[in-house]
Design a protein around this ligand. Structure first.
Ligand code: ZN
Length: 273
């Protein structure tokens, strides 16, 4: 599943190809994905200029003068920039043409979304899918304090609180496991009992882990948006994630797996308390 780093790398990959460019056509090959496509999308976008791209959580935002196209990659989606005229394959559902190039949305499992937020409806941040999202982990300058204040009185496990996304977005399963390991916090710790000092460590770990993933993805950007059809989601080497039974890279103890909220959590019983 695309996580925040993949979405950010996608944004950085497509931005130079579409920012400042005029949409010359839109091809929709089905009625919708997770939700129906916006009515009249081709005529809505034709002749309009992509002024900028942005990301909020895992939503990609393509800003036009008259509104914002909101794209979510769902479980299996990806965007690529291709030369115009490359024949679509089975799961290529949307093409947005920019003259000699096109932006193609491929989504085999069809949990992705393409939505429109008109400028007349106000700030896109107030869109129903965006307005209750937590802070951006990389842009937030007081993440530790947000985590501390947001968790007072909460008995839920810190891992679950991170995944919930209401305090901070984009810390998916992989990055929650990795950042909890890096900060030495047991994933089952009641969030409300974690000190400011430990949240300072956790906040630094979250930011470092996500930034490293984006950096690693950026180095494979050419493949990511390339015409070769590779989906390009990058594999990294993790400290604990998906390493059940393998030795902890710090202390050698076998990495354990538990299930929290139907998701696997990987951790080191010796390094995390
Ligand atoms: Zn360990």
């Amino acid at each position: 599943m695309p996580e925040l780093p993949e979405v950010e790398v996608t944004r950085r990959g497509i931005a130079p190809h579409i920012e400042g460019r005029t949409v010359t056509g839109v091809a929709l090959r089905r009625d919708g994905l997770r939700w129906p496509f916006p009515p009249g999308l081709p005529s809505l976008l034709a002749g309009q200029v992509v002024r900028s791209t942005a990301r909020r959580g895992k939503y990609l935002l393509l800003r036009f003068d008259h509104g914002t196209l909101i794209i979510h990659l769902g479980m299996s989606g990806h965007l690529r920039v291709l030369p115009a005229g490359v024949a679509p394959q089975k799961h290529d559902h949307v093409d947005i043409g920019f003259g000699t190039q096109l932006l193609r949305f491929t989504d085999p499992r069809r949990f992705g979304a393409v939505l429109w937020h008109a400028a007349t409806d106000g700030d896109v941040e107030q869109h129903m899918l965006l307005r209750s999202l937590g802070v951006e982990p990389l842009a937030c300058t007081d993440l530790a304090e947000r985590l501390y204040r947001g968790t007072r009185g909460r008995s839920a496990a810190i891992k679950q609180v991170l995944l919930a996304g209401d305090i901070v977005v984009g810390v998916g399963n992989i990055y929650a496991c990795e950042s909890l390991f890096e900060s030495g916090i047991h994933p089952n710790t009641a969030a409300g009992r974690i000190s400011r000092q430990r949240f300072a460590k956790l906040a630094r770990a979250i930011q470092r882990v996500l930034a490293a993933a984006i950096e690693q993805g950026g180095s494979s950007l050419r493949d990511f948006i390339g015409a070769d059809g590779a989906s390009g989601y990058f594999q990294q080497s993790y400290f604990v994630y998906d390493r059940e039974g393998e030795p902890c890279r710090h202390c050698g103890t076998a990495v354990r797996r538990i299930v929290q909220g139907q998701r696997s959590t990987f951790y080191c019983v010796r390094c995390q308390h």
